[in-house]
Design a protein around this ligand. Sequence first.
Ligand code: HEM
Length: 474
Amino acid sequence: VLRDRRPRNCPPGPTEIPFFGGMPFVDEFVADKLKKNYGDIVMCRIGSYRLVLLFDYHVAKEVLARKEFADRPSFFENMNIDDQRTGGVLLSNGQQWQHDRRFVLRSLRDLGMGKSYLEEAINMEAEALVQDLRLYRAEAVMFPDSFRTAALNIIWQMVASTRFDLRSKEVERIYNLTKGFQRNFSVVNFIPTFIPVLDKFPEFIKNKIFGEDLFQKVLGEMRNVVRKTINEHLKEYDADHPRDLIDDYIKEMDQNSSTEGSLFRRGALDQIVNDMFQTGSDTINNILRWVVYLLARYPEAAKRMQDQIDSVVPRDTMVSLSDKPSLPQVEAFIMETLRYSSLLPIHVQRMATQDTTIGGYFIPKGTLLRVGSYSIHFDPRYWTDPEDFNPDRFLDPSGRYVAPKNGFMAFGAGRRQCAGEVLARTELFLFTAAIAQNFDVLPPPTTDLRRVKMTSLGGLRAPEDQELIYRPRP
Ligand code: HEM
């Protein structure tokens, strides 16, 4: 207990109980209270770990770029489906992470991230989405399943050359797997991770109390889906015609098969594909929920966007990336959606790999680190009237789009900045433009959208399920 005492000159924070720690769970509201009580750099205990939360943009940007904060926590490896548990991008560290991240960025770029091939694929999906929304005939419906399928289709086409029908049942099955963690897991499941002594309990007790077998079951199901897809690719692989990210990787494995210690390994590929699934579909699905919710809640902003689209693109033509410079209203709406939604309100954990300091405070090795992007995005030091949804904040007096200089943290920063940012922004632009061009999104008559609560499922902040009307524009 004595050894466990808080070291001197650590950042301020709530009282700790030696050995057991402090708070079990931090969401954006808890984080906001911590910021109000203790300032921009706060330390709290989560079980046996110490966690530093950063709430100031400049501090966060500087710290995220540092080498000693580039790692994810070591317990992330428990969620890795690689047999060596070191592969992939999101959960891994060190040489294998660098290697796999470089491969993923290169492969996504070669497959068209930000290029016309990708634009075609996204616009095909956007067109299918528009057709699907028309099928509801302006009746009030909950957020449609087609959002999640369209999102999954883009990443899955790049990774595995597969596209699903927007109402496919197969997608529901795959998607439920990626949601499995979120739906089935509460903070209780992670208690043994944070209080390692509990990990020594007998298996049946851990299963009963902490649902550990459920965790392994979901992980196993994901591993099966991923492995089946890769095995099919291995059978069909043609070295002269690589089709997608999996083929690109198989090619590298082939070419490096005689190199001893090559990091191109089957297990790493399993986890890379899993990463793409986990990071590439639900993020877009949830940000699309935000887009339609905000279109319905702020009809004046929607109208300004629609008027501009109509003045640039004929109604029967899809908006393209080359129209972007002429559509600052769309760009501004998207930036404000990213700020206002703060989709990842508290970013993915990093971990200090050595004793270090932040803002003059001592940070011991092994301390977890998270950035409170929700607090940063609503910080009056960087944003005027931050509680207002106001796309105009990104437009200059002549209506030109102006990128924010400070205070924006939606995709993280530094070495582990979101690997799919370009893809996400491209999807967001084309999907938002397609929906606004084709529909007036409206609340059902007696619904007050200001009352809609936000959920934080799996760490993604989004409006809870909500009926909206997608009325085709005349
Ligand atoms: C609006 C959508 C998205 C948002 C707001 C978002 C945000 C983020 C954030 C905040 C991080 C953590 C960065 C850090 O630790 O500093 C991250 C990591 C990551 N994102 Fe995204 N993301 C989005 C969409 C995507 C998409 C579509 C992909 C698909 C490829 C993707 C792939 C990844 C990966 C692979 C990582 C891990 C990077 C690493 O650890 O090196 N993200 N994202």
